[in-house]
Write a protein that binds this ligand. Structure first.
Ligand SMILES: Cc1ncc(COP(=O)(O)O)c(C=O)c1O
Length: 383
């Protein structure tokens, strides 16, 4: 392996996690894998090849959807983010289903000539997250409009929960479900119910079977990460089968210099760490340009041969330094685990998130897409 910083993906874990999430509430319907933002930083090309049991894929942007088609993906793809009005025909021609939540997009569709390809729309209903979504009363008007448009199919309807992973009290999510259900009832009264109904992100899919409808739309759990501590606690007290989620990703590098540093030396930019003893430091070729955030300076840890080494001083753009004074037998180009397991020690995305003052979602999504992704197949090794 030539690269000095890389991401390893465990081949069996994505499908394993998918089955575990389905198993927690015995879900039998469609499973949409959310692979937006480079598959939460894991590498979209690799993740879609490993997620063989996902029925649908969801991404944010038109560009991401087109990339999936270029990769040869034939599964239904849903675009969750706004498609520029000037480019909606590209989505139609590439068989990309997309969110509809404003009447301007509907008007732009109306102005295009009917083609042999159909528009497949998924109406997103505002139920309390107050970001993207059509107001409940407007949802009925929108569905009526779509029903009268040739070449346009209302293929799905969905909503997204605001705080289901943040709390042990799910009253707000219940209120969102009630609002969504009222829209579904009104559509049903008019015979306008679309075939694919979906509300459940990972937390909802694990915790509440009643959020499942015909499809679940999960992201973080497929990567083997829990949405939050609260979600796990809620699951443990709810009586559902606790999914055995296995982190898919490890992030690694190699030592590029080892150096003896006298006591009283200032390490790195700004001199934010001063050694209190004669020390040995290892220089690592990873920095904030790779997604190894500056906030890890003087707070983060790495693993070398199963032992922890603290980050000293500020993280630079392409380098950082760690203290290996107490570790014996370390050599140039030894492997360093930034995220993942090394013997009996582990650095999880949750730990790194705490050091960085953020959540596991942001930790993994922030890993640079420029780094190579390698797939590890058990005993067969890394590719
Ligand atoms: C609209 C939508 N659906 C589903 C998901 C997946 O959520 P999770 O990763 O918590 O499963 C996201 C994530 O941001 C989302 O924005």
């Amino acid at each position: 392996m030539s690269s000095l910083v890389w991401v390893e993906l465990d081949a069996g874990s994505p499908d394993h996690n998918l089955c575990e999430i389905r198993g927690s509430n015995k879900f039998k319907g469609l499973h949409c894998a959310v692979v937006k933002s480079n598959a939460y930083g894991h590498g979209v090309r690799e993740m879609v090849s490993l997620l063989t049991r996902a029925d649908w894929l969801a991404v944010n942007s038109l560009e991401e959807g087109l990339e999936l088609r270029t990769l040869g993906e034939t599964r239904p793809v849903l675009l969750l983010g706004h498609v520029p009005l000037s480019r909606i025909d590209e989505a139609r021609q590439a068989d990309l289903r997309f969110v509809i939540c404003n009447f301007e997009t509907l008007q732009a569709i109306r102005e295009l000539p009917v083609s042999e390809k159909m528009f497949y729309l998924h109406m997103k209903v505002e139920t309390g997250t107050w970001r993207q979504g059509v107001l409940p009363d407007d949802a009925i008007l929108m569905a009526r409009d779509i029903a009268e448009m040739p070449g346009v199919v209302l293929d799905g309807i969905y909503t997204h929960f605001a705080n289901i992973e943040d709390t042990l009290n799910h009253q707000y999510a219940e209120m969102q479900m009630d609002t969504f259900q009222r829209v579904l009832d009104a559509l049903q009264d008019e015979g306008l119910t679309p075939p694919v109904i979906h509300t459940a992100c990972t937390a909802a899919a694990i915790l509440f079977a009643k959020t499942h409808f015909s499809m679940i739309r999960t992201g973080i759990g497929l990567y083997g990460l829990w949405p939050s501590r609260e979600t796990k606690l809620s699951a443990e007290s709810s009586g559902c089968t606790i999914p055995d989620l296995r982190p898919v990703l490890a992030w690694k590098t190699k030592i590029v210099q080892i150096k003896e540093v006298p006591a009283g030396s200032y390490i790195g930019y700004g001199g934010t760490h001063r050694t209190t003893r004669n020390s040995r430091i290892a220089v690592l070729p990873v920095g904030y340009a790779d997604g190894y955030r500056r906030s890890l300076g003087n707070t983060g840890w790495v693993l070398i041969a199963g032992r922890r080494a603290p980050v000293l001083g500020r993280v630079c753009m392409n380098l950082c330094m760690v203290d290996i004074t107490d570790l014996q037998g370390i050599s140039l180009e030894d492997e360093v685990v930034l995220l993942g397991r090394s013997d009996c020690e582990e650095i999880t995305a949750e730990m790194m998130g705490e050091w960085m003052g953020t959540i596991n979602y942001e930790v993994v999504t922030g890993i640079s897409s420029l780094l190579p992704r390698k797939i590890r197949k058990g005993a067969e090794g890394v590719y």
